[in-house]
Every structure is written in C-alpha cells, then in structure tokens.
Design a protein around this ligand. Structure first.
Ligand code: IPD
Length: 274
C-alpha cells in the first residue's frame, strides 16, 4: 500500500457525502420502504442502502486497496473486520428511526481509520445543513467554523444525552431506565434525540456536556470520535477506561473530570462485540 494522501481522502469522501446528502434530504419527505433488522425497532430503508452504495462504490473506485465497514453491508452478512489497513467506517443514515418519522435529526457518518486510529471524519445532517468535519491534529469544524466542547466539569449544571437504543432486551432496557433514574435528579437536563453520531457532535460543539450509550456500533462512533477529540472533548469506555471502537459502549464528555463523574454513576452493560 502506497503513502496515503489524507486531504485527497477527505475531499473524495466530502464530494460523495454531499451527493448522498441530496438523496437523504429528498427522501426524508417521502414514504419509505422499511425493513427490520436485529429487532422490531432496528430499521433499515432503501435510502440507508442507497447511501451506503454511493459511499462504498465511490470510495473503492478512488482507493481500491482501502477496506470498508458499513452498517448495511454488515447487516447483510458481511464480516466486521477491523485491521491496521485504511478502513472507511460508514453509517449511511445514523438516526434511521428519526429518518423514518421525518424527524430532521439524522446524518451520514463517514470515518477513515488507519492503523486503528481515526484520521478523517465527516458527519452531515443534510436536512438541517450541519456539516461536521475533522482531520487528526487539525481541529473540528461545523460548516467550516471551529467548534469546541463546553469545558463543563460540574455534573449538576450539565446537559446529558442518553439513548434508549434499538434493542428491547429486558436487561438492556433495565440498564437504560436505571441510568436515567440515577442521573436525572443530579443534572440540569437529559435528552434522547435518536442519533449517537449527532449526540457526540453536539458534545463537540458545546451543545451538551456528555453522552453515553451501551449497544452502539463502530459505525455510530467512528467519525464522531474524531470530531469530539479534535474539539477538545473526551471519548472513553462507559467505565472510564480507553475507548474500544468494537466494544459497543461509549461515553463522551466535555472534560475528563465530567466523564469520570458520569462513569462512576452508570450501571454497566456489555453487548456482544462488533
Ligand atoms: C442508532 C442511533 C440511535 C442509537 C442506536 C443506534 P442507526 O443508529 O444512533 O440513536 O440509540 O444505538 O444504533 O441504527 O440509526 O444507524
């Protein structure tokens, strides 16, 4: 594998994301064909599949030796193989449930990881025209303007994002409810807006102070991980240790201090790894 031109990777992905964004912006207003995946509330539409095809066809044309992990390809039976090779990790529509209901909080998420480290991130909500971008070491941006995490350290004045997720496994649901019950009396407010990726990007832009979830997948966090880090935020495991992209647990926060305070209070849950 030759040397990798990161800017070229970013520019190529950006063009494709804009094309895919046009498709999502148009499709969200229309009737969708919906299928279910791991549960009755884990949904996929023809638009999820179409966006993933645009991204993978375009990127593999430009970079034939790069690897891919795509939500819908994995759901269709492909193995989720994460190596040191340049790997594009794609969630064609994060917040599919929102998309299905025409709730305009949904995005395309594309991350490039090399040697198991995040290098390029593009997260695009085409409905509200929010384009989050990051390149390793170069900061995080929303529509071209630099963004920063809030710097909040105090739990009692924090706005925390959490999600109910797309599993209805009783142990998982109990974990979700317990964590809401524990945190709610201790914080300013809690929100569950239905997109892991956008929750993380909102922490990155200081629109909230922390977010945690059990049961997310690599494609939900791969791009937003870099956006949060480049915005000066923290991404860790829900117990507070090193974040593991394949472990399906995430806690991100504006500061290390706040991340530790949240981690200490969480009831933990371990889904099967990606
Ligand atoms: C889902 C969303 C949701 C989160 C789920 C994810 P998808 O991703 O991010 O907010 O609670 O855990 O799976 O299925 O819409 O790409």
């Amino acid at each position: 594998m030759g040397s990798i031109n990161i800017q070229e990777c970013f520019d190529t992905a950006m063009q494709l994301v804009k094309t895919a964004g046009d498709l999502v912006r148009d499709a969200i207003k229309k009737k969708k064909n919906i299928e279910t995946k791991s549960s009755a509330v884990d949904l996929v539409t023809e638009s999820d599949k179409a966006v993933e095809k645009i991204m993978i066809d375009g990127l593999s044309n430009a970079f034939p030796d790069h690897k891919f992990i795509g939500e819908e390809s994995v759901s269709a039976g492909e193995k989720c193989v994460f190596t040191d090779d340049p790997t594009w990790i794609i969630d064609p529509i994060d917040g599919t449930m929102n998309f299905v209901h025409s709730f305009p909080h949904t995005c395309i998420s594309v991350g490039l990881w090399i040697n198991k480290d995040a290098e390029v991130a593009i997260v695009y909500n085409p409905v509200l025209n929010q384009m989050f971008t990051a390149l390793k070491g170069k900061g995080a941006f929303l529509n071209g303007e630099k963004i920063s995490a809030s710097g909040e350290t105090d739990l009692s004045t924090s706005l925390i994002f959490a999600e109910v997720g797309s599993s209805r496994d009783p142990e998982k649901m109990n974990t979700v409810i317990t964590n809401f019950t524990t945190l709610l009396p201790r914080v300013h407010g809690m929100r569950a807006m239905g997109s892991c990726t956008l929750n993380m990007c909102y922490v990155a832009m200081g629109g909230g102070d922390a977010y945690f979830e059990f049961g997310i997948h690599a494609w939900d966090t791969a791009a937003a991980y870099l956006v949060v880090k480049e915005a000066g935020g923290i991404v860790v495991d829900t117990e507070g240790g090193t974040f593991d992209l394949m472990r399906r647990r995430v806690l991100c926060a504006s500061t290390q201090e706040l991340a530790e305070k949240v981690a200490k209070l969480l009831k933990q849950y371990q889904p099967e790894r990606d």
